[in-house]
Design a protein around this ligand. Structure first.
Ligand code: NAP
Length: 247
């Protein structure tokens, strides 16, 4: 990868951390954004120890002013970002009739509106550069549904729709926009869902043709491809990374 500046949201943990590491290993300068500022700083420091260039910033993607300020700081410290990975996400599980409006709104605010904020903040710079790559991390539940995750699945389905619209609007400027819906990936988020009894991991693994739970690095590898120079003719696509499950 020629030297590009990448922004990865939710980069302090799980999939986002693996994506941050992988893009840095591929030569990008990586801004790790996370609500958990300590986690973001630690991830960036670890990338630098490995010889990469990275900054970690505390940013809540639901806060537009904070997103704008963070992108400005990234521009000043690393250069204008032309790669954006919208990975920050939260899931709250519970039966639909017990979902409060507050929980519903939070699912939409983080998973969908957070993606909207980051895309709107980053796209003008990509258009000016005439080159950009956006990868939105959605969820395999957009295909299958997932009992007890109504707000999350609704929000992630919105992310897919937004991806397709942005692909149509921005391809002419050299910007591609794609989405990766991960299957079951071993991260703190998945472990929490398992502990809450909403995912039977052994049963799900048995249904997975590849025969194992996914690793954050599996998603990072697919992301690295989609943000590469050679993926410039791929846009508006849904690249399932799920061990072959027919979700
Ligand atoms: P994770 O380990 O919980 O990491 C998510 C990171 O995003 C955390 O550091 C979290 O911070 C951060 N975050 C949450 N809300 C944020 C906000 N408002 N602003 C900025 N950062 C925020 O989860 P993960 O499994 O790696 O998930 C990464 C993405 O993959 C998510 O979008 C998730 O929905 C998606 N996904 C995961 C799986 C899976 O099996 N793991 C499957 C399908 C899709 P806190 O720790 O402070 O909340």
């Amino acid at each position: 990868m020629s030297t590009r500046v990448a922004v990865v949201t939710g980069g302090g943990s799980g999939i986002g951390e693996a994506i941050s590491r992988r893009l840095a290993a591929d030569g990008a300068l990586v801004a790790v954004l996370d609500r958990d500022g300590d986690a973001a700083t630690a991830a960036a420091a670890s990338i630098e120890e490995d010889g990469g260039k990275s900054v970690g910033l505390a940013v809540d993607v639901t806060d537009r002013a904070a997103v704008d300020a963070a992108l400005g700081e990234v521009g000043a410290r690393l250069g204008r970002p032309t790669i954006l990975v919208n990975n920050a996400g939260v899931s709250v599980v519970g039966p639909f009739l017990e979902v409060t409006l507050e929980t519903w709104n939070r699912m939409l605010a983080v998973n969908l509106t957070g993606t909207f904020h980051c895309c709107q903040a980053a796209l003008p710079g990509m258009v000016e550069e005439g080159w950009g790559r956006i990868v939105n991390i959605s969820s395999s539940s957009i295909h299958s549904g997932s009992a007890g995750m109504s707000g999350y699945v609704a929000a992630k389905s919105g992310v897919v729709g937004l991806t397709k619209v942005l692909a149509l609007e921005f391809s002419r400027y050299g910007v591609t926009v794609n989405t990766i819906p991960p299957g079951f990936i071993d991260t703190p988020m998945l472990r929490q869902t398992v502990e809450q009894g909403y995912v039977d991991l052994a049963a799900q693994t048995a249904k997975t043709p590849v025969g194992r739970v996914g690793r954050p690095e599996d998603i990072a590898a697919a992301t690295a491809f989609l943000v590469s120079e050679e993926a410039g003719y791929i846009t508006g696509q849904i690249l399932g990374v799920n061990g072959g499950r027919n979700t």
